[in-house]
Design a protein around this ligand. Structure first.
Ligand code: PLP
Length: 406
């Protein structure tokens, strides 16, 4: 059944407001998404009624909070079809998850002269941690290039993967170009040479099915706040065999089994990777967000977003002087573009005054901007609560912006 967008918008209190007297058009969902009532209520109910540290208390409140936290872990497991909750680590977000793998994997498996493979379209979060690890370990960062449509040049894989390649990290959907990468194919080719793959799903989980077992990725990471959950929380999925073998990234409470001055043994999975007091309210809020998304139906979300993608592409292509960056065949509803002779910041400011929120700049993908020889773009990123009318108003807003600034 098709989504009822007016009903869905009613679930998001923030969307009801006006900005500068105009109805808000929020097209900055790639940066962060808004929260439905159920997530807001879940988090405030936790603070009001359950606030208590998890795992360590025997008392009623701590037990209830622990139960909700572990239920949230099960919701994440089910959402991405992981084999076990032992494979679901709660982190501070995508960035926290990638740093954790880059550190732990680097410590255990990377030697001087080894190679790490990433792609040209990575967010800085899936680039800098690997670069830092390469510096620490005297290893080399190699890059799978993309073409001018914003699609990876996979023919280069055979040359780029060598016997020194230790891990490949790739973004599932690009936050600045909208490209959805053929991760299953990339994983199949890497695995044929025994190379594990980390997939950055920060921009994918909110737009389509993610099945980590079907994909066969070794690690999958995402942030709660980009999938209608709270900020400061996220997920690191790792195959159990890797998580068993890797050393923990951080030490502290909860991740230990026995501690003496002579040495420490670690807790079982997933707790070995959850040192200290975790952001348990964020994790439980994420669980509520995932259940909300599932109640709408991923198929239905995809159908509505595909319609928005077609509309938006037609509208943008119809505006003379607009250049679209990222023309991949398989894409999410993220559009990067420039208006002839107009600085993206100026356009962003004018659009803001029309009540339209977009992002301008490099979107934490400076190498992508370098590829196209530009310093930044305007980015409009849409999710299921956006509407046809908003797309039409946005296109009008762009034309007015061009008239005003040209
Ligand atoms: N990876 C991608 C593709 C992203 O779009 C983002 C955020 O924009 C990140 C990683 C980093 O996410 P976070 O800042 O939530 O850790």
């Amino acid at each position: 059944m098709a989504l009822s967008i007016p009903d869905i918008r009613n679930d998001f209190p923030i969307l009801k407001q006006t900005v500068y007297g105009k109805p808000l058009i929020y097209f900055d969902n790639g940066a962060t998404t808004h929260k439905p009532e159920v997530v807001i209520r879940t988090v405030s109910e936790l603070q009001e009624s359950y606030n208590s540290s998890i795992h360590r208390g025997l008392h009623y409140l701590s037990d209830r909070m622990t139960e909700r936290y572990e239920q949230a872990r099960e919701s994440v497991r089910a959402f991405i079809n992981a084999a076990s909750t032992s494979e679901i680590i709660f982190t501070s977000g995508t960035t926290g998850s990638i740093n954790s793998v880059a550190f732990s994997f680097g410590e255990k498996y990377v030697r001087p002269g080894d190679e790490i493979l990433i792609t040209e379209m990575e967010h800085h979060s899936n680039l800098v941690p690997w670069q830092m690890m390469c510096e620490r370990k005297n290893a080399m960062l190699k890059v799978i290039p993309m073409d001018d449509r914003g699609e990876l040049v996979l023919d280069s894989l055979d040359d780029l993967i060598t016997e020194k390649t230790r891990i490949l990290a790739v973004v599932h959907a690009s936050n600045s170009l909208g490209t959805v990468n053929p991760v299953k194919e990339i994983i199949r080719r890497a695995h044929a040479l025994d190379i594990p793959v980390l997939v950055d799903g920060a921009q994918m989980v909110q737009h389509g099915e993610v099945d980590v077992r079907d994909m066969d990725c070794d690690f999958y990471v995402f942030s709660a706040h980009k999938i209608f959950g709270p900020t400061g929380s996220g997920v690191l999925y790792g195959k159990e065999k890797w998580l068993e073998e890797l050393p923990p990234y951080q030490g502290g409470g909860d991740m230990v089994d026995r501690v003496t001055f002579e040495g420490t043994t670690y807790n079982a999975l997933p707790f070995k990777f959850e040192a200290g007091t975790t952001n348990y309210t964020g994790a439980i809020g994420l669980g509520a967000a995932l259940e909300y998304v599932q109640s709408l139906g991923i198929g239905e979300i995809k159908e509505h977003e595909s319609h928005l993608i077609r509309l938006m592409t037609d509208k943008l292509e119809g505006i003379p002087g607009l250049t679209l960056y990222g023309r991949a065949g398989h894409r999410i509803s993220v559009f990067s573009f420039l208006l002839d002779q107009i600085h993206p910041y100026d356009a962003g400011m004018i659009l803001d005054k029309m009540g339209i929120a977009v992002r301008t700049g490099t979107h934490c993908t400076q190498p992508v901007m370098d590829h196209f020889g530009i310093t930044g773009t305007i980015r409009a990123s849409l999710v299921f609560y956006n509407t046809e009318e908003e797309v039409a108003r946005f296109a009008d807003g762009l034309e007015k912006t061009m008239q005003m600034l040209s």
